[in-house]
Every structure is written in C-alpha cells, then in structure tokens.
Design a protein around this ligand. Sequence first.
Ligand SMILES: [Zn+2]
Length: 81
Amino acid sequence: MPRYTYRCEACQTQFEVRKHMADVDTDTLCPECQSLETQRLISNVAIFSSSTNGQVRALAGSSPCSGCGAAGSGCATCHPR
Ligand SMILES: [Zn+2]
C-alpha cells in the first residue's frame, strides 16, 4: 500500500498515511487534533514540466540533483542525454 504525506491545515502537523490509491482523496483525520482539514502533499516525487521546445526542466520547489546544485543548470544525472 503506498504511503501518502498529509498536512493538517488546523495545526500544521505533517503525517504519513498508508492507504489505497482509491482512498487518497477521502477525508483523512489529523492524528494530532482530529481535524479533517488535511491536505495531501506530493512527496518524494520529482515534478517536471515539458516546455514547448521539448526541454524538461524542474518546477520550482523540486530540487535539482546534487550534481548541479541549487543553480539547476542541469547535469548528466538530472538531464540524461
Ligand atoms: Zn491537526
């Protein structure tokens, strides 16, 4: 069963829940304050967008690999050719 990270909007607690993919969008109870005001976070997944010229670049918020650092200029690891 995959694990998902949620954040409670009421108390800002982040917690992980194992649930079926089909249940991902069902209400998730905060373990700290029992609020249902929780939001699923996308974690451990690099988010890329393809621009019109076919280049793939990382969106803000996802980090480039350690090879190219914060500059995100791209290297063989994160931009394999
Ligand atoms: Zn909470």
